[in-house]
Design a protein around this ligand. Structure first.
Ligand code: PEP
Length: 245
């Protein structure tokens, strides 16, 4: 049985005090939820405070990115040991916004996965096609390349810690959700690409305009194991509804 994950990606939203307020309000509202993993991924500057508030709760905290070296002259970057030191347990890797605006590639995704695993951070590895690629019937080819190149060299023990997020780029922040059937088709395809001995245990999240109104039908699909949610994770009410779908 794969435990569902509901993850909130806050992107570059909220001040520290707004983030603290969110964490403080969220904690008691979901204290009774044990059959799914709850995760928030605030901006870097907020991680310590949010981790401090949530450390004794059932809400995990993740980062939105990391660099692959442990330390060094890499101005502006943050490493896996640094994220661990503030209490993070997850990290999003290869989000389409990082690929689009910050030049991330399947090669950098691969290095970041190994860096996260080395320090026991659980990677949420994002893949997804653009609208142009979907219209050219390249969805499966793109996904296959992203999965194969991004996860090259992982052993069975590594795979047990990996979470995949399928996020069609055309559905992120656009209000256009993939239909449950479209999402399921790609999720099933991704699962077939994973090593046979671990495929049934790996959680594959869907991301792209997930909202309280559509999460139930997405989660009803056999290969959809959770949501990576941007916009609808920013308000406590809406995030709690998503968690308790
Ligand atoms: C995301 O941040 O990964 C995302 C899917 O955003 P949204 O839910 O706003 O589309």
């Amino acid at each position: 049985m794969r435990k569902p994950i509901i993850a909130g990606n806050w992107k570059m939203y909220k001040t520290v005090s707004e983030a603290k307020d969110f964490a403080t309000k969220l904690k008691p509202l979901v204290a009774d939820v044990h059959d799914r993993t709850i995760l928030v991924c605030p901006p870097l500057t907020h991680l310590q405070d949010v981790c401090d508030i949530l450390c004794d709760s059932n809400v995990a905290v993740g980062a939105q990115n990391l660099f692959w070296e442990d330390e060094g002259a890499f101005t502006g970057e943050v490493s896996a040991p640094m994220l661990k030191s503030v209490g993070c347990t997850y990290v999003i890797i290869g989000h389409s916004e990082r690929r689009q605006y910050f030049g991330e590639t399947d090669g950098t995704v691969n290095k970041k996965i190994f860096a996260a695993l080395k320090h026991n951070l659980l990677p949420i590895v994002c893949v997804g096609e653009t609208l142009e690629q979907r219209e050219k019937n390249e969805t499966f080819k793109v996904i296959e390349r992203q999965i194969k190149e991004g996860t090259k060299g992982l052993g069975t023990g590594d795979w047990e810690k990996i979470i995949i997020a399928y996020e069609p780029v055309w559905a992120i922040g656009t209000g256009k959700t993939a239909t449950p059937e479209q999402a399921q088709e790609v999720h099933a395809y991704i699962r077939k690409l994973l090593p046979k001995d671990v495929a049934a245990n790996i959680r594959i999240l869907y991301g792209g305009s997930v909202k309280p109104e559509n999460i139930k039908e997405l989660m009803a699909k056999p290969d959809i194991d959770g949501g990576l949610v941007g916009g609808a994770s920013l308000k406590v009410d809406s995030f709690v509804k998503l968690i308790k779908y």
